[in-house]
Design a binder for this molecule. Structure first.
Ligand code: DON
Length: 582
């Protein structure tokens, strides 16, 4: 039928009336700046990072400043006494990762979390001084700054000192989190002192000053790594350990070294995937799953289609089964990295995929791979010079052990729970592990943290990652697939609902509105019987991400949480230096 001009005009004006032209997407708008971008879980920390970029710092300077700031403004995960991973892309194309994961103390033993009858003692690896791994964050951040930063220690640490010493006005996010955790903090005098006003709840709008933490940061600013791993802070940490039967000694602290490691590299339909090697399982599993999916056209199947979800669940099931058997600290256990990340292995591993039927986790054994020889919160930052940093850091569980080491203002991690306390016994995240991840003195516990940079033609186009324990890897994969396969804007890619499967337990967890009723039915008809929606207000991951967009560098704080993306040259100075702290 030929459209008359007037009918065409009517049709067009109708369109204009009902469709609002979108600048970005239906999800919350991403920030944009050509000068650089920082997306993190804490608006204060993102702002500190953006100010560093404004002052001429590069993405590495900004990432280090964000790391120290997070220890002050996002205490549930930001840390000085925890660990993390950083994936770095430099504008000359260099790619490198920094591993500052915690280590088991020298006196740790394989069975330290088992009782006399060989059973795992509940809570010992999460809520005790024994749960604490030797902290790596300070050594890691300082080594990154020294090697690739352009600013001095004082420039990047002072903002954190000022935030701790001057205090921040508590927002709802922090005030409510402190209130929820009071019971956990109650047994520890120093934790009560930091997170309450003499036992009374902090309220929204209260100024929250952390004087001990400011002093701990000042010792790092002035003494570098020795200002933390030796001297007063080390003495206080060791005294705290001794008061609670913890294992960390002065020797453990002095011996701690971060490691520079080659990144895990894979490709997916012409994009380069750069992520974290062991002791993280994140990079290997991410590349392995993407390899299994590469032969399929997920974009064509459509976001949220049962066909695409089924494929992704089956890839996840196989990859997580391999994790349990093969992954651990590669300095202690021969992890078959090359095999697990090869396209040929993925093809073989996925050969039994059935498009119309779910496989049973109990029938999915870990893949057999020939072994190699015996060697071996999330913030996203890009600057305007072409450098990019993907940074994930943690105390493990929220607020770690909940123990503030007396006199330091620092929360202690409970990363020892990431080891496999006993063959096939699930850890907090339900992940099982075996010999590859058993406890040994000086060994790093296996992680799921997946700081990742995606490149196209050698240039970073996406920086992403997430918290969320075992769900980190699948969250990161979904953000990447949303961008590459579903051609989503950054805001849609980060905001869209997510799901997760990890082989064992056999269930598929999903955000409440991730699966439509008919998608659920279609998945169930394939045999995915345990589809478990998260309760209201629960979510998977917190993927604060940055992407190269058409108009500049886009930044998106995950709308599931209270983070912020802040662009360089978009901020007025927030942090006033306080003379007294200098
Ligand atoms: O390294 C790991 O895999 C865990 N310790 C991460 C913990 C985590 O993501 C907690 N956040 N939700």
């Amino acid at each position: 039928m030929k459209l008359s001009l007037s009918r065409l005009f009517n049709a067009l004006s109708f369109t204009a009336l009902i469709f609002v032209p979108l600048v970005h997407s239906v999800a919350p708008k991403a920030e944009v700046s050509e000068r650089g971008m920082v997306a993190s879980r804490s608006a204060w920390a993102s702002q500190v990072g953006a100010e560093i970029l404004d002052q001429g710092g590069n993405a590495i300077d900004a990432a280090v400043a964000v790391g120290f700031a997070l220890a002050v403004t996002y205490p549930s995960a930001g840390n000085l006494a925890g660990g993390g991973f950083m994936v770095i892309h430099l504008n000359d194309g260099t790619v490198i990762t920094n591993d500052h994961r915690e280590k088991a103390p020298g006196a740790a033993t394989k069975d330290m979390f088992l009782d006399a009858s060989g059973e795992v003692v509940k809570g010992l690896s999460t809520k005790s001084h024994l749960a604490v791994g030797v902290p790596g964050s300070v050594a890691g951040l300082l080594s990154v700054l020294e090697r690739y930063g352009t600013m001095d220690r004082k420039q990047v640490i002072q903002p954190a000192i000022d935030l701790a010493a001057n205090g921040i006005l508590l927002d709802r996010d922090l005030a409510e989190a402190f209130a929820r955790r009071q019971k956990d903090f109650a047994p520890y005098e120093a934790s009560r002192a930091v997170f309450s006003k003499d036992g009374e709840l902090y309220e929204i709008g209260d100024r929250w000053v952390q004087s001990d933490l400011a002093q701990t940061l000042i010792r790092i600013r002035d003494g570098g790594r020795d200002g933390f791993y030796k001297g007063r802070t080390a003495d206080l940490l060791v005294a705290e350990m001794q008061s609670g039967n913890g294992l960390i000694t002065h020797q453990d602290l002095e011996d701690y070294e971060p490691r520079w490691r080659e990144a895990i590299r894979g490709t997916y339909k012409g994009y380069e995937i750069i992520s974290m090697p062991p002791p993280s399982s994140g990079g290997i599993l991410l590349v392995q799953m993407l390899n299994m999916l590469e032969d399929y056209d997920l974009g064509d199947m459509g976001f949220g289609s049962s066909e695409a979800i089924h494929l992704m669940i089956e890839a996840e099931r196989r990859a997580y089964a391999d994790r349990a058997q093969h992954l651990g600290d590669a300095d202690f256990y021969s992890v078959p990295v090359t095999q697990l990340t090869s396209k040929a292995y993925a093809k073989k591993r996925f050969a039994d995929f059935n498009p119309s039927k779910a496989s049973l986790s109990e029938n999915i054994e870990s893949g057999k791979v020939p072994y190699e020889s015996l060697e071996t919160t999330h913030a996203s930052i890009m600057d305007g010079m072409g450098n990019a940093v993907s940074y994930t850091t943690t105390l493990n569980l929220s607020y770690g052990t909940k123990i503030v080491a007396r006199g330091t203002g620092m929360l202690l991690n409970n990363e020892m729970d990431d080891f496999s306390a006993k063959e096939n016994a699930p850890n907090f995240y339900g992940l099982i592990g075996r010999r590859a991840n058993s406890i040994e003195p000086g060994k790093r516990m296996l992680s799921s943290m997946t700081p990742t940079i995606v490149r196209k033609d050698g240039k970073p186009i996406l920086v992403t990652g997430s918290p969320g324990g075992s769900t980190i890897i699948t969250t990161t994969m979904q953000v990447i697939l949303n961008v590459i396969e579903h051609k989503m804007s950054l805001s849609d890619a980060v905001s869209s609902p997510r799901f997760h499967h990890q082989w064992l337990p056999t269930r598929v967890m999903h955000e409440r509105f991730a699966f439509s009723p008919d998608t659920r039915r279609s998945l169930q008809s394939r045999g995915h019987n345990e589809l478990v929606p998260l309760p209201p207000r629960y979510a998977l991951g917190d993927a604060n991400s940055v992407m190269q967009g058409e108009k500049g560098i886009e930044g998106m704080a995950d709308p599931r949480n209270a983070g912020a993306a802040v662009g360089a040259a978009l901020v007025a100075p927030l942090v006033e230096s306080q003379a007294a702290t200098k």
